[in-house]
Design a protein around this ligand. Structure first.
Ligand SMILES: [Fe+2]
Length: 317
């Protein structure tokens, strides 16, 4: 099935063909709005569900998996006991985290979906990341590939499971803008993902669409030529929804400023224009906010600023 999301304000832009008809057709639907892409690949949702089901039933394996990455953990279950947080469970994988999984643990989890999930993400990143980066470079008017040499990626599985601390809550994932360059979101067919069209107006994304959303790093590196969509996930009580997300960010040492000092089309803060902020620092600042929203970290004066407000203050002049 062709997957496509049309942003209401978007104007289709024809991009060069990337190869034979069978190749992924990447088409962004707006230079200043949400990027969209036709990706025929389907995420292995039966394996994703099997992996979550196995881990929900085997806390010993959760403990073993989390021990491989003690700093933040791999599977996050704060929603089990925090009703105000995002009501979802997540599994965060990356090449760094994967490399720490002992062979015996990997072999025990492979029959429960881990192997197929990792193979899927590896294949998707090889097939789509370069072509999406070059398409975004066209929109940005500058080459983004030099800022993405190390493939700074994360693989995330989400389980919007009815069995949480707040089963009736509609808050699956609070409103936010992703920090990195872009994210590819695969969905299992259930609706829930919404994009903010104008402040306060949310547009549902069809549950079977695969979407590419741009993030803050794309906004900054492109000098404001690419913008980023705020999004959220609404939960339907009693309905389980699964998603798989591939996050792509610039290399951690990249200075977050408009590339090549190209004249930005929006006014950025002095911090940004001086190149004082690198990707790693930006991720740290932003990560504190998203971990609070997801229930995995406490924070001072949490209510004074939303994640996006704090970042907007940092980015814009
Ligand atoms: Fe997001």
């Amino acid at each position: 099935m062709a997957t496509q999301v049309i942003h209401p304000q978007a104007t289709p832009i024809a991009l060069p063909s990337t190869g034979p008809a069978e190749a992924p057709a990447v088409s962004f639907l707006g230079s200043s709005t949400t990027a969209s892409v036709n990706i025929e690949a389907k995420a292995p949702f039966s394996s994703i569900q099997a992996l979550f089901d196995h881990l929900h039933a085997h806390p010993d394996d959760v403990a073993k998996l989390n021990a491989t990455y003690p700093r933040r953990g791999v599977i996050k279950t704060a929603a089990l006991h925090k009703g105000e947080s995002d009501q979802k469970f997540t599994i965060d994988l990356s090449s760094m985290r994967n490399s720490r999984i002992p062979e015996a643990l990997r072999q025990s989890l492979d029959p429960h979906g881990l192997g197929e999930v990792l193979d899927f993400f590896d294949a998707i990143s090889a097939q789509y990341v370069p072509v999406i980066l070059s398409s975004l470079s066209l929109l940005a008017g500058t080459d983004l590939s030099a800022a993405h040499t190390s493939y700074n990626m994360n693989y995330r599985l989400c389980d919007y499971n009815p069995n949480t601390a707040a089963p009736e809550s509609s808050n699956g994932c609070g409103a936010h803008t992703d920090y990195g360059t872009f994210s590819i979101i695969f969905q299992d067919g259930k609706p829930g993902l919404e994009l903010e069209e104008t402040p306060g107006t949310w547009v549902p994304v069809p549950g079977d669409a695969t979407v590419v959303l741009t993030g803050w790093c794309a906004v900054i590196l492109s000098g404001g030529r690419i913008s980023a969509a705020k999004h959220r996930v609404r939960r339907v009580p009693g309905v389980r929804r699964l998603s798989a997300v591939l996050f792509v960010a610039p290399d951690l040492d990249v200075k977050l400023k408009p590339i090549d000092d190209s004249q930005p089309i929006k006014a950025f803060s002095d911090t940004i224009m001086r190149g004082d902020l690198d990707v790693e620092t930006f991720k740290d600042v932003m990560g504190k906010r998203w971990r609070y929203r997801e229930g995995n970290e406490e924070i001072d004066n949490a209510d004074s600023l939303s994640q996006d407000n704090e970042i907007e203050n940092m980015v814009w002049g």
